[in-house]
Structure formats: structure tokens, C-alpha cells
Design a protein around this ligand. Structure first.
Ligand code: NAP
Length: 274
């Protein structure tokens, strides 16, 4: 039996077991995927114990996406650039590789929802400069975004992130209170802040100057149709919700551990949201 799981602390909230166990059952694979709570004190010992038990690898969530990098023998280009690992794979040669699939999950979600979508030669704006923003910013630049505006409540965080990512493309950090003035110049708006999430404040933004052919993506997926997305729809813009990013980021890990490239279905989306 092939073993995998997701490590973190706390871990009960994780949707990953729902996704991976759905696919294990759908593809009739003799495997297991568990949520594993790991304590900070004997972190390394617990990780090595998983490999001793025969784990093929695992997903990594808060708060270990950076700490896990210390025990990886090698990192994928994405993980190195983003500075975080969400997928660990024990390779055939015994080496432990850390990967980051949040960036490909983010891109695949948009490409899968909008036919013939191209990122290159268009300007985009991302709101937020937290953990999730790192993967989205890297992904947008790698996809050829002409100019990427980053706007974050704490401007210094956006400036630091822009410095780290400048080798991948053209970035301009703009004031949080001035972001609406740049909307006329973009074809893609991404919310990667936690604003709009159930229990959090609303993301207040006036979209009237956003071109009608611009796309709006909210990576927040609880609720699925955030107020930002509802506002964008009303404004005449196409929208992409955040649930697909969550599921797409799980695909490469599943394929590496269990040997099958799984597909996203509406049934799975509903299951994850329920
Ligand atoms: P994080 O590292 O804590 O970052 C939070 C971001 O939100 C920061 O940019 C923060 O700005 C901003 N923010 C928080 N409260 C704010 C407020 N009152 N006003 C303005 N900005 C505010 O969180 P994260 O891991 O990046 O996650 C962000 C969101 O993305 C969460 O809702 C999460 O559920 C979602 N997410 C979705 C997926 C997916 O697969 N769809 C994956 C990862 C994350 P400051 O820097 O100023 O604090």
C-alpha cells in the first residue's frame, strides 16, 4: 500500500484528505492519505519516522512550509523561487525533494476556466503580499505578465517581495489606498489577501474603471462567490473562483506518489466545499 498524507499543526481544517481520498477511491488505488499533526519540538524525528514507515511523501501546510525545506535534499525550481514547499516526494534514488505546486495550481485554475487564456503581454494586479501571494506572483511573472502591480496594506511587505521576485519580471508596488487608479491599466485582477473570507472584513474596491474584458480571480474560496467576484460579475467582467487552485495544487503530488494523474470533477469541487 502506498502511503501519503498532509502534515501541519493544526491539521483538522485541511481539505487535502478529502481531495486525495476521493481520487484514491475513484481510481481504485491501494493507497492511504492521512492528516498528520506534527509537533514543532521533535519535528525532524517525526518526519524521518514517516519515511521509515514507508511514506512516499506528503503535503505540507501551515506552519511548516518553510521549516520542511531544511530536511529536503533538493528543491524544485518553483520551491526555491517561492521560498516554500507544499509537496514532498521521496525519489527513486532515496533523495527527498521539496516542491511547490501552489503556483501551477493557481495558473491551471485560470487556464481551465477560461478558454485560450494568455497571461503574456498583459498587465495584472495582485492584492496581498502574504504566503499565497508569493506563489501567485512568481506564477504570473513566469507566465509572461508584462507588468505586475502589487498592492498590499503593509507596503513594506510588498516591496520586500518585489525585490525577491524582480529577476522574474516587471513589478511595480503601488499604495493600497491608490490601487483603484491603476485598474484601467490591467487585464487581470487577483485577490490573494484574506479579505472577503468568511468571518473577515470585505475587500472594499470600486471596479468601475476596470476594463470590461479584464478577468477577476479571487483565491479565497470560502465563500466560493466572494463579494469581489459578485461585484466583478455585475461590472461585466469574467470571474474565476478559488476552489480550482486548491484542487489543482494537489494534482502533481498525487501523480508523484500514486502514479496516476487525477482529474478535477464538479463532484469533487462540491465535496470539498461541503
Ligand atoms: P497570509 O500569509 O496571512 O496573508 C494575508 C494577506 O491578507 C496579507 O497580504 C495581509 O496584508 C492581507 N490582509 C489581511 N487582513 C487585511 C486587512 N484587514 N486589510 C488589508 N489587507 C489585509 O495568508 P495567505 O496564506 O497568503 O492566504 C491568503 C488567503 O488566500 C486566505 O484567505 C486563504 O484561504 C487563501 N488561499 C487560497 C488558496 C487556494 O488554493 N485557493 C491557497 C492559499 C491561500 P498585510 O501584509 O498588511 O497583513
Amino acid at each position: 500500500m502506498i502511503k501519503s498524507g498532509v502534515i501541519g499543526n493544526p491539521i483538522k481544517h485541511s481539505k487535502s484528505p478529502v481531495i486525495h481520498n476521493y481520487w484514491l477511491s475513484k481510481y481504485n488505488i491501494n493507497g492511504s492519505y492521512k492528516a498528520i499533526e506534527i509537533n514543532n519540538n521533535d519535528f525532524e524525528e517525526q518526519i524521518y519516522n514517516l519515511f521509515k514507515k514507508g511514506y512516499a511523501g506528503f503535503n505540507v501546510t501551515i506552519p511548516y512550509k518553510i521549516k520542511i525545506m531544511d530536511i529536503c535534499d533538493c528543491l524544485s525550481d518553483d520551491a526555491r523561487a517561492i521560498g516554500a514547499v507544499n509537496t514532498v516526494v521521496k525519489m527513486k534514488n532515496g533523495k527527498i525533494e521539496g516542491r511547490n505546486t501552489d503556483s501551477s495550481g493557481f495558473i491551471e485554475n485560470i487556464k481551465n476556466n477560461i478558454d485560450n487564456y494568455y497571461f503574456d503581454n498583459n498587465n495584472a494586479m495582485i492584492l496581498g503580499a502574504g504566503g499565497a501571494a508569493r506563489a501567485c506572483i512568481y506564477a504570473l511573472l513566469k507566465e509572461g505578465t508584462k507588468k505586475l502591480y502589487i498592492s498590499n496594506r503593509t507596503k513594506e511587505k510588498a516591496e520586500n517581495l518585489a525585490k525577491e521576485m524582480k529577476e522574474y519580471g516587471n513589478i511595480e508596488v503601488i499604495d493600497w489606498n491608490n490601487k483603484e487608479n491603476y485598474l484601467k491599466d490591467i487585464k487581470l485582477l487577483v485577490n490573494s489577501t484574506s479579505l472577503g473570507m468568511t468571518g473577515k472584513e470585505e475587500l472594499k474596491i470600486n471596479l468601475s474603471s476596470l476594463p470590461k474584458d479584464a478577468l477577476v480571480n479571487d483565491i479565497v474560496y470560502t465563500p466560493l462567490n466572494t463579494q469581489l467576484l459578485c461585484k466583478a460579475k455585475k461590472n461585466g467582467n469574467k470571474i474565476v473562483t478559488g476552489i480550482g487552485m486548491l484542487i489543482h495544487q494537489a494534482i502533481p503530488g498525487f501523480e508523484a506518489w500514486f502514479g496516476v494523474k487525477p482529474k478535477i470533477t464538479q463532484e469533487l469541487e462540491k465535496l470539498v466545499l461541503s
